[in-house]
Design a protein around this ligand. Structure first.
Ligand code: GLU
Length: 290
């Protein structure tokens, strides 16, 4: 395992989405991030990734803060709530647009599925079938007409053009080592959704830079997303943090904890009388030692 180069300046974060109650897997992830910062005398920040207004709820956001405090986690500074910063992502989109790397995508999910079925060939990436690129090849007049007609659209990154402009890139995972960035495996990702002027990929990269994060810690389920994040950092001239993706915690049957497992939320375990130290043990957390 590689150790972070400048221990004194380590700034980590825990960035849950308030789409349900925290479970043991989240507890592990939050403790892991805090412990990495504290072991280096650094800072640990909290960010609520609540851009998805259809899935996030204020009561879950509050429950997250309650659970973390109860667990004994102390974050530094104010909580950053992405929903309060939706205008902040505009300059990033403008920068990418000026480089000719964005295009409006008018497709509905059903249209994308139909197009994939029609083509009879669907390359798959970490998030499923890749976008077939339908709107990338729209003529300028049709694009203009649809925009003028007020048709809702998302903004997608022209992945091939973006990779050409950025050139070869790498990033460092403190556990898995040096990685060659392979953002192409995601295809033309959405950077601004139809209903929200940003997306997970853009908001996470922008906010990690704004918050001065030097070490991104998160579960292995997001390992591949870092390829896209590294590309966006290059295109937007943002600092490149180190990464440390950790194994996902599993229950006694070896299944990943999920928000649907109501019995294994921190809130329900607390109500059943468990103490914070027992939650740490159940989550399999061992504090990070230098
Ligand atoms: N908000 C994401 C989630 O809850 C995590 C984002 C990240 O750590 O980069 O899965």
């Amino acid at each position: 395992m590689i150790t972070a180069m400048n221990q004194a300046s380590v700034i980590t974060r825990f960035a849950p989405s308030p789409t349900g109650f925290l479970h043991l897997g989240h507890a592990f992830s939050a403790l892991f991030a805090e412990s990495r910062a504290r072991a280096a005398g650094g800072r640990f920040l909290l960010r609520l990734e609540d851009i998805d207004t259809t899935r996030c709820r204020p009561e879950w956001a509050e429950a997250i803060l309650t659970d973390l405090r109860w667990l004994g986690l102390n974050w530094d500074g104010p909580v950053r709530r992405q929903s309060e910063h939706l205008d902040d992502y505009r300059p990033a989109l403008d920068r990418l647009d000026q480089r000719g790397l964005l295009y409006p995508c008018f497709c509905t999910r059903a249209e994308i599925a139909a197009e994939i079925a029609r083509s009879g060939h669907a390359p798959h990436g970490p998030d499923g079938a890749l976008y077939p690129g339908t709107c990338r090849s729209l003529g300028p007049q049709e694009r203009q007409d649809r925009l003028a007609g007020g048709q809702p659209y998302a903004l997608r990154l022209d992945m091939r053009a973006a990779i050409t402009q950025a050139g070869p890139l790498s990033w460092r995972d403190l556990d898995a080592g040096l990685q060659t960035a392979r953002p192409d495996i995601f295809g033309d990702v959405v950077l601004a959704r139809k209903d929200t002027p940003t997306s997970y990929h853009l908001a996470v990269v922008w906010d990690d830079a704004v918050q001065g994060i030097t070490l991104v810690t998160r579960g292995n389920d997001l390992f591949e997303a870092s390829h896209v994040h590294r590309l966006l950092q290059a295109l937007l001239a943002l600092p490149v943090p180190d990464y440390h993706h950790h194994c996902l915690r599993t229950d006694a049957e070896g299944r990943r904890y999920a928000k649907r497992d109501k019995a294994l939320t921190i809130a329900s375990l607390r109500q059943s009388g468990l103490l914070p130290a027992q939650i740490r043990e159940l989550a399999g957390f061992i504090p990070f030692a230098r």
